[in-house]
Design a protein around this ligand. Sequence first.
Ligand code: AMP
Ligand code: ZN
Ligand code: ZN
Length: 319
Amino acid sequence: MKCSKCDRDAVIRIPYANLYLCKEHLNEYLEERVERTMRKYGMLKGVKRIAVAVSGGKDSTSLLHILHRLSQRLGFEVIGVTIDLGIDSGRAYSSRSVEVAVKNFEALRVPYRVVSLKREYGFTVEDAKRGLRRPVCSSCGLAKRYVLSQVAEEEKADALATGHNLNDMAQFVMMGYYSGDVENLARLEPVSPPKFYSHYKIKPLFLTYEKEIMTFALVNGIPFMIESCPLSWRVGGTTQEAIRRKLEEMEEQIPGFMLRLVETFVNKVRGPLAEKYVREEEVSKCKVCGRPTVKGRDICSFCAMRLKLAKSQGVSKVS
Ligand code: AMP
Ligand code: ZN
Ligand code: ZN
């Protein structure tokens, strides 16, 4: 098929917009889409420096490339951040992810930070899996949130951007309805204003389909890790994955379904939910790391996790 905008061959069909696009027009389309999303949801207001959290996967590496392309025209700087989670038994998953992230930072010449969980905080996600009773993805998520916020603060970034895409958001919305976790649902937003810290958290790809991002990465020859984390793999798949597949089927039958689902949620449903279920949390200071934590707690949940892990490893003190 030919591109709907020029004579070149199309590399992708975008059913909900009734378009076929060549590589150049897909690039233009995605840049415009991300810019529009960022403007509409206030992701650019007062933002001069964006820390981009890059895992090495297609979404965050593509986000890095798109924000890098937009940065000059929109007047912000980009800095890359990648965390070495230490998931290296067997296939060196983390080492290879870090390598891919760094390859992208260097190709684009963006300044970057690599943070090793082991070196800077004394444990790996594999240690957390062995030593703690909580699900490993939850320990890993906590560690990532803590470390990324820490780096964004240290680097004086006004915003921390993650690669969550439209399919991820649609899945979170459905999982939230399914489980009735209204508080988490109310916190599911494309832009979270600074609460404990001084930076916004933003998801510039939250209205962009996974397929468009995957095609963008492939046709532009962007290096990325295809495989997913070996620790999140489950026999028979998870409920989340089943919901995700069903959403993709719905999308085939009703082009634009996920877009509508997520836009409706963010524009109409989330606000009233937040009013009803989200309370302003007062802040106090973690006695171990000195960073903000919920009032009434002596130590933050990250330090609590480190202490528990240190105990399980027979270490008596966490520095
Ligand atoms: P996940 O929680 O793995 O679905 O990842 C969601 C987003 O978090 C990614 O799109 C990245 O922006 C960020 N992220 C995940 N893993 C890492 C990592 N190891 N280092 C830096 N950012 C990450
Ligand atoms: Zn074209
Ligand atoms: Zn702490």
